[in-house]
Design a protein around this ligand. Sequence first.
Ligand code: PLP
Length: 432
Amino acid sequence: MGILLKAKMIAKKTIERMETGSAIRKMFDEGLSMKAEHGAEHVADLSLGNPEFAPPKAFLEALRRAASEPTPHGYMPNAGYPHVREAIAGYLNRHGYFENAEARHVLMTTGAAGAINVVLKTILDPGDEVIVLRPYFVEYRFYIDNHGGQMALVDTNEDFSLDVEAVAAAVTRRTKAVMLNAPNNPSGRVYDRASLEALAEMLLRKAHEHGRAIALISDEPYRELLFDDTAFVSPATVYPNSFMCYSWSKSFNIAGERIGYVAVNPAAMGEDRDALLDALAMTNRTLGFVNAPALMQRAVAEAVEAEVETGHYAAKREKLCAALDESGYTYVKPEGAFYIFPQTLGPEEAFIRRAREHLLLVVPGSAFGRPGHFRLSFACDDRTVALACEKLRAVAGDYHRERAQVEPVPRGAFAHKAPSPEAGTKGHDASR
Ligand code: PLP
């Protein structure tokens, strides 16, 4: 009876999505039951990118002030409060993203997810293709499908950097957009200016050849979370027909508050730009968002220059990388975000199961379209990081012992093996 009702009430596509659904959410549920069974202090849950750290003080103060004002709490223009959009445009100009951004180029959204959905809804006709680079943020598949698009997957290089030729080979007459995410979830990769410029040049050439504009959607909610001396170049600043999708979810640790924006490159679409900006606002309204949360808009506008804390992530990254090095994992050291995406030590499914037996929760690489890997999130506390380091060593220990039983291994063969930053994954046997 239940199944019959489900089949009759819920759309087939939704049932399909629920079944194939988010591996990350599944891990979340497993994490909860594992913690209930074994005690939270024994489980190293590195599965979720949900930072529960305090937001910047400046933001909290701005929020308190905004909340204490009796008004306004009503509707506003669908694109957001004019003074908030002006504050964001000013920020983008001051920080060198654009030179001449104005309030009208900015649309306030419900997080980066809202921003991406608004852009896709605004530009996609049924059957249009959106090129996505592998490994990719799992939700893109759903976002593109939401608006009738087709996802076209293209591999990045072995070290997760941009393979412009591979992107060029995937561009067809139906290509409407290329989606980039840097710093990348799950690899932590940031793209350098030279490769972005090569991509931009190629896209302009292809758009001209096909007589059709190609958009670049830059998803950059992690852009302040950078390590060492990594410089972030926003792809949206290098190519004119770009949409910069940003949120404060990760920089201010306010993912639940759902606040972000789309900034359209001021050079986008030439004389059609005003129509495009109107279309984005219309879509924000008709998608049912209506406008981004009012209180949050006012708070982020006031705290827009608040400093983003990255020191604690850098320390966590160092600890995890040291444990990975010591135990012989192959990985590319992340330049940004709070994820590491190492290769599994054996077939992926068995590796994830083995990790789970050690009460270590990580997400399989196949969830990001790159099997043979696993994602560690270090948006967690130091105790969990320390526990995860022990467990990573223990999992590797199992594999090393098992291999040693199959073939005797010379002493020291599994000793520290730090990969070069160029060390990669493509071409390696993912089912190893
Ligand atoms: N894009 C990427 C790459 C993400 O990792 C996430 C969230 O984890 C999002 C977009 C969604 O961000 P938001 O919570 O601001 O909608």
